[in-house]
Design a protein around this ligand. Sequence first.
Ligand code: PGA
Ligand code: ZN
Length: 432
Amino acid sequence: MALRPTAIRSVLARQILDSRGRPTVEAEVTLANGASGRASVPSGASRGAAEAFERRDGNPDRFEGRGVLGAVAAVNGEISAAVVGHGAVDQRGLDSLMRELDGTPELSRLGANAILAVSLATVRASATALGQPLHWRLADLAGVTAPTLPMPMVNILSGGLHASRGMDVQDFLMIPMGASTYGQALEWTLRVRVAASSLCEEAGLPTLLADEGGLAPGFADGADALLLMVRAFERAGLRPGEDVAIALDIAASSLTDAEGGYVFHRAGRVLDSAAMIDLLTDWAARFPIVSIEDGLGEEDWAAWPGLTQRLGHIQLVGDDLFATQADRIDRGVREGAGNAALIKINQNGTLSGTLDAIAAAWAGGFATVISARSGETEDAFIADLAVGVAGGQIKIGSVRTSERMAKYNQLLRLEEEGFAFAGFRSLHAANA
Ligand code: PGA
Ligand code: ZN
């Protein structure tokens, strides 16, 4: 069969290992004209129930059941047979074709990890074929005319499932909101990270790394972690609340018990939804907190509007709540559940579906935060995505370990192209 130059000629997947040493899928897509693209898929620990399905082999003899040879075989067999000959420039058509081939809403038959690897590798191949850098190709697919550099939201202290539940709250992050360039934001972040590390050391607390490269001091009371954040800002010579502020990822779904209560193991208490809102309101009053992610659980739709009413003057991000699904974000907009959406490509399962989720957030006046997972690879795709779609903010983890630095460094390269820096205050209006 004679193929058009930009048609897919071959698809090849393999099993590689992520930053936790767990298997994940990598795919290579080659077009008839020889252009090719490669991409790999991240993996979360605090996984939302509404996420696209991550297919694992379940064979206890290999990688504790976490192998992805089944997903790899799906790419090399069924998916390859269906997509070879398909035009790579028609990304949406390709993504729909794979979704239909799978036939399930959560992509559980072939595996979202199989489909996403092909989806992302294809856009890299088509960018090459069109002579475009990836971020511009993504901008075109998203209908964005002015890419921007995102404001980083950076993990400093870790708890929850990323640090053996040493603290109840999963992420204590910083936003260098007073920085005027991405480069300055990154430099301030490193200063804070170093200061936090020495404060831990001086207090006799561990300085070993959690899953995303953050520190894991293991405070029983979240307020102590918040205090350490403020001290780290001050030691870095930055003004808390002006130069730099705090963001939290409570990851409340991973605290939920069978009755819907929020179990703070380390603090030794169980909070109902109202008490959780009170706790977050108290913290936001006492500390310079400008963003809270998953302050309530993914099933707690009834309580989310109350959280938004109390704390809607700051950013309230839905991660597990929305799971990067446009219909869940639409529901959040309708019901007043938060005012921002976390965007994780593998929660959705295709590039086009991810772009739809971003569009749904903006249509509802919600901000977006393009996010990595706790299990990452050296693939810096989300850095190009955040810039190309002008996502506004990016959450990569801490400024340690190469699977994280690959993204921060890609943003440094993209900064050379002179894109505007998103800043923080323009958030909610940014994409209207
Ligand atoms: P995960 O964590 O990748 O383990 O889900 C990231 C987050 O909760 O934002
Ligand atoms: Zn989260």
